[in-house]
Design a protein around this ligand. Structure first.
Ligand code: MN
Length: 199
């Protein structure tokens, strides 16, 4: 019998806690159906292979094809869903080391947000826009198609926005830019700062 190798992450907030930025219906489809499917697919694909006991980051760094696509999508969605907190939380502006790095590498938080939204809006097709750090802590914004993740470039992923249509079509229809702009209201910068400082 096939063991449970990878499992669906539990969200650290209620499914309606991100409204009106992300609706409960979107959370139920995006987390409960899309992400669940990637988890189920990966468990089938890695059974009996060298990948079945590897952490997701290593699978993404070493695999290709269907295993890469499903492992990448799990890693990406785990980082995505775990970076949010309810609108009413008080952690939606950066502080500390991550704020210092944003000011150093982009000039200001406003300039960073503008570049990030522009790169998310102009990414052609499906994919992800990322804030990532290099080995010296320098911040970069990358556009990754499909299941891409900056770990494949040796970068540490910190923050991401999903520009697959399934992430926003229920709530925003074709208005990708409006969706990206609204996501700042639920980013948990304490979590982004923790990722940045993590060894
Ligand atoms: Mn998605």
């Amino acid at each position: 019998m096939l063991g449970i190798l990878f499992s669906l992450i539990t969200l650290p907030y209620a499914p309606n806690a991100l409204e009106p930025v992300i609706s409960q219906e979107t959370i139920e489809y995006h987390h409960g159906k899309h992400l669940q499917t990637y988890v189920d697919n990966l468990n089938k694909l890695v059974a009996g292979t060298e990948f079945e006991s590897m952490p997701l980051e290593q699978i993404v760094a070493k695999s290709q094809g269907a295993i890469f696509n499903n492992a990448g999508q799990i890693l990406n969605h785990n980082l995505y869903f775990l970076q949010f907190s309810p609108v009413a939380a008080d952690n939606h502006t950066p502080k500390g080391a991550i704020l210092d790095a944003i000011n150093r590498d982009f000039g200001s938080f406003e300039a960073f947000k503008a570049e990030f939204e522009q790169k998310g809006t102009t990414l052609f097709g499906s994919g992800w826009v990322w804030l990532a750090a290099d080995k010296d802590g320098k911040l970069v914004i990358t556009q990754e198609p499909n299941a891409g993740n900056p770990v494949t470039k040796g970068l540490k992923p910190l923050l991401t926005m999903d520009v697959w249509e399934h992430a926003y079509y229920i709530d925003y229809r074709n208005r990708r830019a409006a969706h990206l702009q609204s996501l700042w209201q639920i980013i948990n910068w304490d979590e982004i700062n923790r990722r940045y400082l993590e060894k």
